[in-house]
Design a protein around this ligand. Structure first.
Ligand SMILES: Nc1ncnc2c1ncn2[C@@H]1O[C@H](COP(=O)(O)OP(=O)(O)O)[C@@H](O)[C@H]1O
Ligand SMILES: [Mg+2]
Length: 313
């Protein structure tokens, strides 16, 4: 299952991604955590053994080269752009794929941890952060993840998450909303965008302190979208100060919310065909808008209509 956490900066995306990740890890699930945010805080919040590795965004060449494999529709690796879809001859990825080891900051056997990467001096003013989050698009376009593997992506703040096709590669999008106007504003924008694209999403309330916080959000979030609430946590506050607090030491009400989150995901089924169609759509758009003129070729021809993901019936 692939889940993205989006919402206003400060609403709690990184916190909930890390808590839900730790919760699933504590239940022995295989988890892939991806830090897609420009201010990369996720790794410091997750209590797992860690090792040094390379970010995806700053060293994409080996990955692209591997994924290209014998795909004849990609003439050379320079023509492998962020939206290039897999086709006949492409190498696909699995949780255990060796090529991913060099990008993996986790030293826990059930956990993979990837980072989109920070902007380097050479990127500043030239590329926006999407050139780095493009590495997550490439990963998710080629990753054959299983139902009992959880991929959690901590996305960039605000509407930036929707500036590329990345948001169409998930089974569920969680909009994190704190009880304030800014969060509601971002919720409303995301809701309209997600509805337009027919994508599944829920809202999770966070940083709830009292009944008035609850009422505020309940009044402004459509009932059918509201999933559960996380309360302001003193255990979390101690954890943030460096105390060793495991996820199971959280307040009962927050543990119940983690359980509710997991239960809401269980019935969801992957729609590979939807993901493939969206990826073809965004690849065509990117080809026509900038990539063809930059590379002097017709990249929409990379789309291999005969290719189906292994999970497609
Ligand atoms: N449920 C909560 N209880 C206590 N503190 C929280 C809770 N959720 C978030 N925080 C705190 O709020 C701040 C912002 O959260 P963060 O996850 O970094 O937001 P975002 O990633 O959306 O910008 C952090 O200091 C975090 O520890
Ligand atoms: Mg964050």
């Amino acid at each position: 299952m692939r889940i993205a956490f989006v919402g206003k900066g400060g609403s709690g995306k990184t916190t909930l991604t890390s808590l839900f990740g730790e919760y699933l890890i504590s239940q022995n699930h295989r988890v892939i955590l991806i830090d897609g945010d420009i201010n990369q805080h996720l790794l410091s919040k997750v209590s797992i053994p860690q090792k040094s590795a390379q970010t995806l965004g700053n060293n994409l060449h080996p990955l692209k080269n591997h994924l290209k494999g014998n795909n004849k529709k990609i003439s050379n690796v320079q023509e492998f752009i962020k939206t290039t879809p897999p086709g006949l001859g492409s190498n696909l990825l699995h949780f255990d794929s060796d090529i991913l080891n060099q990008y993996d900051f986790s030293d826990h056997q059930n956990v993979r941890f990837f980072k989109a990467g920070e902007n380097t001096a050479q990127d500043l003013g030239v590329r926006c952060y999407h050139s780095k989050t493009g590495s997550i698009e490439i990963l998710l376009n080629h990753l054959i993840d299983l139902d009992n593997e959880y991929i959690l992506v901590d996305m960039t703040a605000g509407a930036d998450s929707f500036a590329s096709g990345l948001f169409t590669k998930f089974d569920l999008i969680i909009i994190v909303a704190a009880p304030n106007l800014g969060s509601i504003d971002v919720y409303q924008q995301h809701r309209d965008h997600l509805k337009n694209h027919n994508l599944p999403f829920f809202v999770v309330a966070n940083q709830i302190e009292d009944q008035s916080d609850h009422n505020y959000l309940q009044n402004l979030i459509e009932q059918e979208h509201y999933l559960t609430s996380f309360y302001k946590s003193s255990a979390l506050k101690l954890k943030e100060r460096g105390e060793k607090i495991t996820v199971n030491q959280l307040e009962n009400e927050n543990l119940t919310s983690l359980q509710a989150l997991k239960e809401s995901i269980n019935p969801i089924e992957r729609d590979w065909t939807r993901i493939r169609n969206h990826s073809h759509h965004f690849h065509t758009q990117n080809s026509l808008k900038w990539a063809n003129s930059e590379l002097g070729t017709q990249l929409e021809n990379q789309i291999d209509e005969t290719f189906l993901y292994p999970g497609e019936k």
